[in-house]
Design a protein around this ligand. Structure first.
Ligand SMILES: Cc1cc2nc3c(=O)[nH]c(=O)nc-3n(C[C@H](O)[C@H](O)[C@H](O)COP(=O)(O)O)c2cc1C
Length: 159
């Protein structure tokens, strides 16, 4: 395990690992666990893809659906958590984050950066996280091309 003499060095190292999530598909930082608090009092954790990180602005970015349950949870409480485990460097990263939700036209530049083959993951019916009541054919609709059904979640991170 890497050791650090200064807290700043540790923080820089952690951010370097986080930034690998965007560029290295094999990095565990690619798939952080994103935790919100539900109205029933239970936390809810799910995996998201790291879309961008910005060390200087203290921000990380994720994309999701307006209709997903995490959006509802964030309306009630915009404070969330991130967890990443990096086995190679034996480092656990826990972040407290204030989530800034961006919806609609403001997300068009973000949407343009989403690779075409990744876009099909968004704007689907039924929404992700919906409990499927029965086995059988489901209505399925693919995402729209200009991002109006896709949100950017900009999360200024407090580490
Ligand atoms: C490998 C992997 C990557 C995922 N990436 C995303 C993502 O970037 N955005 C997203 O909204 N959901 C993503 N999901 C689905 C979420 O984990 C979750 O099931 C979905 O967003 C619904 O969550 P919610 O009902 O808690 O809002 C991913 C799931 C897996 C297994």
């Amino acid at each position: 395990m890497k050791t650090f003499q200064k807290l700043d060095d540790f923080l820089n190292f952690a951010w370097a690992q986080i930034s690998r999530g965007k560029v290295d598909k094999k990095s565990p930082a690619r798939h952080p666990t994103f935790v919100t608090s539900n109205s029933d009092g239970f936390p809810k954790a799910r995996m998201l893809v790291m879309r961008r990180s910005d060390r200087k602005k203290n921000e990380i970015e994720f994309h999701t659906e307006t209709t997903s349950s995490k959006m509802l949870a964030l309306e009630e409480n915009a404070r969330a958590g991130i967890h990443i485990w990096l086995p190679k460097v034996q480092l656990q990263i826990q972040m407290n984050i204030d989530v800034e939700v961006k919806v609609g036209d403001i997300t068009i530049p973000n949407w343009r950066d989403v690779p075409t083959n990744s876009r099909v993951a968004y704007g689907t019916i039924p929404s992700p996280g919906i409990v499927i009541a029965r086995v059988g054919p489901l209505p399925f609709k693919m995402g729209n091309p200009m991002g109006t059904g896709t949100n950017g979640l900009n999360a200024p991170a407090k580490t």
